[in-house]
Design a protein around this ligand. Structure first.
Ligand SMILES: [Fe+2]
Ligand SMILES: [Fe+2]
Length: 161
C-alpha cells in the first residue's frame, strides 16, 4: 500500500489527479477510486504472478490511464465514442502534466484493447488492460465497491470523492 500511496501523492502534487475525484466512472465509483483500484490490484496481481515488472511505472500508468478529465456521462455528442477516444485523450493530458516513460504511455494509450485495435506492448500495460476490465465490471454491479480499500485510503487522508 505504501508504494500505491506514494504514487497517488506524486500524481496529486504534479497534476490534476485530484480533479478525477469529482467525476463518476461506473456506478457509485469515482474516476479517482477506479484508477486507484486498478493500480492497487494490478500491483497485487503482478506480484502474485511472480513476474518481473516495473512497479513504479505500473502504478503511475494505472493511476493515469483514465486521466481524460471530463465527465463522460455529460451527454456531449462526442461522448458516444468515449470508449474509443479517451485513452488518447488521457495520454495527451498526462503527457502535458507529467514526465512519462514509454511504459507509462503504453499503459495509458492501450488500456482499452481490444476495443481500440492495437494491443499493449509491455507486460505492465497488459496487466492494467486486464485489471481495468475486471474492476469496471465489478464497479457496475457492486452497491458498495472496494470497502476495505476505501477505508485504508481514508485512513491515509486520500479523499476519493
Ligand atoms: Fe478507460
Ligand atoms: Fe479504467
Amino acid at each position: 500500500m505504501r508504494a500505491v500511496l506514494n504514487a497517488i501523492d506524486y500524481v496529486s502534487k504534479e497534476g490534476k489527479f485530484k480533479k478525477t475525484a469529482g467525476y463518476i466512472q461506473h456506478g457509485v465509483t469515482s474516476c479517482m477510486l477506479h484508477t486507484i483500484a486498478v493500480a492497487y490490484y494490478s500491483d497485487r496481481i503482478a506480484k502474485k504472478m511472480h513476474i518481473r515488472y516495473r512497479r513504479r511505472e505500473l502504478l503511475i500508468g494505472a493511476l493515469l490511464h483514465d486521466y481524460f478529465l471530463y465527465d463522460w456521462h455529460d451527454k456531449a455528442p462526442e461522448r458516444k465514442i468515449h470508449g474509443f477516444t479517451h485513452p488518447r485523450c488521457a495520454l495527451i493530458n498526462a503527457d502535458r502534466d507529467f514526465e512519462l516513460t514509454k511504459t507509462e504511455k503504453n499503459i495509458i494509450v492501450r488500456h482499452m484493447f481490444p476495443l481500440t485495435l492495437i494491443p499493449p506492448k509491455v507486460r505492465e500495460a497488459w496487466i492494467v488492460c486486464a485489471v481495468d476490465k475486471i474492476c469496471s465490471v465489478y464497479e457496475v454491479f457492486s452497491k458498495n465497491p472496494y470497502t476495505r480499500l476505501r477505508a485504508e485510503l481514508a485512513l491515509n487522508n486520500v479523499n476519493v470523492g
